[in-house]
Design a protein. Sequence first.
Length: 344
Amino acid sequence: MTDELILTRPDDWHLHVREGALLRCVVPDTARQFARAIIMPNLKPPVATVERALSYRDEILQAVPEGMHFTPLMTLYLTEQTTPEEIKKAAECEHVYAVKLYPAGATTNAASGVRNIKEVYPVIEAMEKYDLPLLMHGEVVDTEIDVFDREAVFIERHLEPLVQHFPGLRMVMEHITTQTAVEFVRSAPDTLAATITAHHLLLNRNAMFEGGIRPHHYCLPLIKRETHRQALVAAATSGHPKFFLGTDSAPHPKGAKEAECGCAGIYTAKDAMAFYAEVFDAAGCLDRLEGFASFYGADFYGLPRNTDTIRLIRESVSVPETIDFGGEIGVPLRAGGEVHWKVA
Ligand code: NCD
Ligand code: ZN
């Protein structure tokens, strides 16, 4: 049994850190484990310009504890007002790494998203031209589509046409949740990759209803049935470079989740590497964790792999019931339970 893992320092290719006091609480959790993270732009109002991305980047850097090195990789929020000129500017900016597409209303703070993807094709064309990756929240929003089917319908209606229409565009389908997505990404050209969260690898949809409604297991895209979880584990542990780590850690105050209409998002950043190690360990594939967590994402984004390392030790550590979210209360994944790896 492997009791110690030394890995090239990993990166998180999909992360929400919010703003202000909450940001200052969550950034250190990520910086403790990861060298870099792709920062989601779904603030209110969204981070839609290079200028705003740069000031947001400064705010994140100020929250990195002394002695830690952490690089936020900024993204722009694609709106119907985004211009090809802004894309050019983003591509030329050394701190902006991608543009995020949210179908309007698909998830937390997605009201400014895109209603008709075809309408923004000229902007996507600019991304292809300037080689700036497009990241997608891959769900349709139509109320007549069953919530558990929205990812599969997105693939059919929007992703397939995008892949065909923009052969030179690098795209990431974020936080995939189904076997359908795994198969689609696998068989698509190398320009398409996917991130996988820890919670979609650890939980199936029963976790949302264990003895009652469990708001802290509610995220978007929703956690799916066990067969899909298994397909995600197989993809993540396959050693296929199209699949890499993206926590989608999405902090919301306790009160905003335990509400009549609770927010989507799970806070996993604190124990992210422990969660992924558990998954790879259970699958008997700990030797493949480094590729998934530390290599394939950097390779896809065309960035150098990190050169320093982190050490994970097999040790049970209790997860607090609640944590400080900057004056509010946060509830991390597995609150009150234990994780079985510790970052030394
Ligand atoms: C995210 C958030 O809270 O910002 N929520 C979530 O459930 N994952 C948004 C997102 O990535 O969908
Ligand atoms: Zn997200």
